[in-house]
Design a protein around this ligand. Sequence first.
Ligand SMILES: [Zn+2]
Length: 322
Amino acid sequence: MLVNLKEILSQAENARYAVGCFNTPNPETIQAVIAAAEEEQLPVILAHAQSMDPPALLEEIAPAMLRSARRASVPVCVHLDHGRDWRYVSRAMDLGFTSVMFDLSDKPFEENAAEIQKLCQIAHDRQITVEAELGLLTAAPAPATASIPATESTAQSPSSASGSAAQPPSTASDSPAAPPSSAPSVSYTDPLQAARFARLTGVDALTVCFGTAHGQYKLPPRLDIDRVHQIRRQLDACCRIVMHGASGVDDAQIRAAIEAGVSKINYYSGISRGCSQHIYSRLTQCGGNMHWHAVHQEALQFMKRHAQEKIRLFAGRQPKEI
Ligand SMILES: [Zn+2]
């Protein structure tokens, strides 16, 4: 069943779990994520990132996401991830997305707040929820081998953040990028500013920066969990906290972030790169002698297992052999 963020995140926060948000740029990924959520009987979020268009064209992927969400036996939110301009965000809303993120985190606070306030007025009239970002999760260029532009999978946080981000930030990407000198104190979300932002805008969910990075970490990240506690204490009760860049963060820190108040977790890099590595190894084993539809099936099964593991983790369930 198709729902917006509000319905699933308030329930999640009350029960101290987080809902997984996965980018679904193709039919196999959509099918894998829905199947994983249905097996766990937990809500899930299908996300489409503007930076993945192309190759995943909004008008083509949206009907597939929405159809699958409506047919699902669990609540599913269809969400725009890192929308970068009004036109694109409006197109997503017109197509039936139940939630949109408008990422203006690289703009000054007042500009970010004014635009999000305007969007909330329009979106809320249509029962569409809004996510914004405060602080700065920067982006790195797509790896040389990848053809998909930077998004949850390839963006990076400031290299100075906890000294843990994978690569130096770059302005070459189409995602928001911090100047190389950006210090954690500048990039991390300020709890009082977050509270003011939520009050000014009426935003439903806020991505906060506390040490996570998009993409792959070179060193294990160390998250500022106390900052999440502080943000939760300051923030209006109806505004939910979102964590991006969960791939590569250890389970204990993910659980600690949820306990501190995170109720939506964006996860993509691990599932996407993990799947590529899995397919590479399967194709190597059989000398490439595999039908293309079997490759798709193999990918689907891998992504379902991986998504299910993460959905269980976010829900506080024990790992199990899947
Ligand atoms: Zn993100």
